[in-house]
Design a protein around this ligand. Structure first.
Ligand code: CP
Length: 307
């Protein structure tokens, strides 16, 4: 199967076959990062820009590493050091960057739909690095890659997602992706953080965390999205942590070989204890490692096909 899309704007719009193609491609690129010389010529001569209007450690860095490992030229733009602070609009910024002939732009923005607007006005491929509470497609793809790597499959898994689902683009993209597979998805958190659309998507809602983790193959923890007002949806952090923080005792209710995931950044002591985050079931740093392979795959599929 061939990739025929100009952009990667969300998991919505991808088929099961598209997702599997990206995961299979990432599998073939993962080995590059384990070589002594971590470089292949695949994207030589290509120019890749990261344009981030929100903070990032993992996404921006792993896109840059992915591009460099494929010999592309990379430029990183942060809103705080760009002409955005002088009042330039996103559209004008995009038009000006387009004049410099980039091949791929990765954008993170607080406004849902910002990557879609760029994709409409630019010839360059656009990748959504996270748009508000809308989507974070490459995070979901690296999460599925990690599930498949650790469990040998995605079909048949019981996946529990706990936290501030209402404000989480990671949860939305994961749910959209996992619905292409025969998975059982359960979401848990305070009622104010579990949006009504979950049940429409066929996701089970369970307010009691002990019940939510029962028989889980995968537990995915999410932080409270303070930057999207998440904190105002709960009475206190202490109460949230008591009721919805993942503790070692919860793991006894899950499957014996449960894996614990978190997209990062973690708020240790709030949604997850140190014991769980750093324990033997945690695959949190594997997710970060796999992020490079998945982002190499997306850059290759979008920009690598025409030599
Ligand atoms: N998971 C994730 O998007 O992390 P960053 O915000 O550090 O990019």
């Amino acid at each position: 199967m061939n990739w025929d899309k100009k952009d990667l704007l969300g998991i919505k719009g991808l088929s099961r076959e598209d997702i599997i193609l990206i995961l299979d491609t990432a599998e073939s690129f993962k080995e590059v990062s384990q070589r002594e010389i971590k470089k292949v010529p695949t994207l030589r001569g290509k120019t890749i820009i990261t344009l981030f209007y929100e903070p990032s450690t993992r996404t921006r860095t792993s896109f840059e590493i992915a591009a460099k490992r494929m010999s592309a030229d990379t430029i990183n733009i942060s809103a705080s050091t760009s002409s955005y602070v002088k009042g330039e609009t996103l559209k004008d910024t995009a038009k000006n960057l387009e004049s410099m002939m980039p091949d791929v732009i990765i954008i993170r923005h607080s406004m849902p739909g910002a990557p879609h607007m760029l994709a409409r006005i630019m010839d360059a491929s656009v990748i959504n690095g996270g748009d508000g509470a809308h989507e974070h497609p490459t995070q979901a793809l690296l999460d599925l890659f990690t599930m498949r790597e650790k469990k040998g499959k995605i079909d048949g898994l019981n996946i529990t997602i706990i936290g501030d689902i209402a404000h989480s683009r990671v949860a939305r993209s994961n749910i959209f992706a996992l619905k292409h597979f025969e998975t059982k998805i359960t979401c848990s958190g305070p009622p104010t953080m579990l949006p009504p659309y979950l049940e429409d998507l066929g996701v089970k809602v369970e307010y009691n965390i002990e019940k939510a983790v029962k028989n889980a193959d995968v537990i995915m923890m999410l932080r409270i999205q303070k930057e999207r007002g998440g904190i105002s949806y709960i009475p206190s952090i202490k109460e949230y942590s008591t009721l919805y923080g993942l503790k070692a005792s919860h793991l006894e209710k899950a499957k014996k070989d449960v894996i614990i995931m978190h997209p990062g950044p973690m708020n240790r002591g709030v949604e997850i204890t140190d014991e769980v985050a750093d324990g033997p079931c945690s695959v949190i740093l594997d997710q970060v490692e796999n992020g490079v392979a998945v982002r190499m795959a997306t850059l290759f599929l979008l920009a690598g096909g025409d030599g």
